[in-house]
Design a binder for this molecule. Structure first.
Ligand SMILES: [Mg+2]
Length: 158
């Protein structure tokens, strides 16, 4: 089995209308369920999912959103016609940086002998760098249709 994991915010979901909250570290506002539910779809993301599906990849999702948002996230994926698939989220008790968290989860997934190949589509350059460092260059694809201003990213993760 080969599995393509898709990040959600910035890859499939257009979070432009709430990203200022991330800049100000107002995470409760950035991840407010009503706000998250209102995200539009990035067409480029939807196209990437379709292409991966045609190429024989099992479609799955991997997001830094907390488990508390599972209901609203799954409903959003269903509403916008994304294929059913495993949804990997940030466990409630885990506060590890996103890059380490996702790379670690992917390492665990690849330790399953049934998994021949994985790839993560992600818009976060730190995540892409860490996953490629641990699992090889082909394990991550940097999605660049939603490039946030560098200053915004620096402020948000500081
Ligand atoms: Mg993202």
């Amino acid at each position: 089995m080969k599995i393509a994991y898709f990040d959600i915010d910035g890859v499939l979901a257009n979070d432009t209308h709430r990203v200022e909250h991330a800049q100000n570290k107002r995470w409760d506002d950035y991840f407010h369920p009503e706000s998250v539910a209102a995200d539009a779809v990035w067409q480029q993301g939807q196209d990437a999912v379709s292409r991966a599906q045609v190429d024989g990849w099992t479609i799955a999702y991997m997001t830094g959103r907390w488990e508390a948002l599972r209901g609203v996230t799954q409903a959003w994926l269903d509403e916008h016609g994304f294929p059913a698939g495993e949804l990997v989220m940030r466990p409630l008790e885990v506060t590890a940086p996103l890059a380490a968290l996702k790379a670690g989860m992917l390492e665990e997934i690849t330790s399953d002998p049934n998994v021949e190949q994985i790839v993560l589509y992600d818009d976060d350059p730190e995540v892409v760098r860490e996953v490629q460092k641990r699992l090889g260059h082909s394990a991550a694809i940097h999605c660049t249709w939603h490039i946030k201003r560098a200053a915004l990213v620096a402020e948000a993760i500081a």
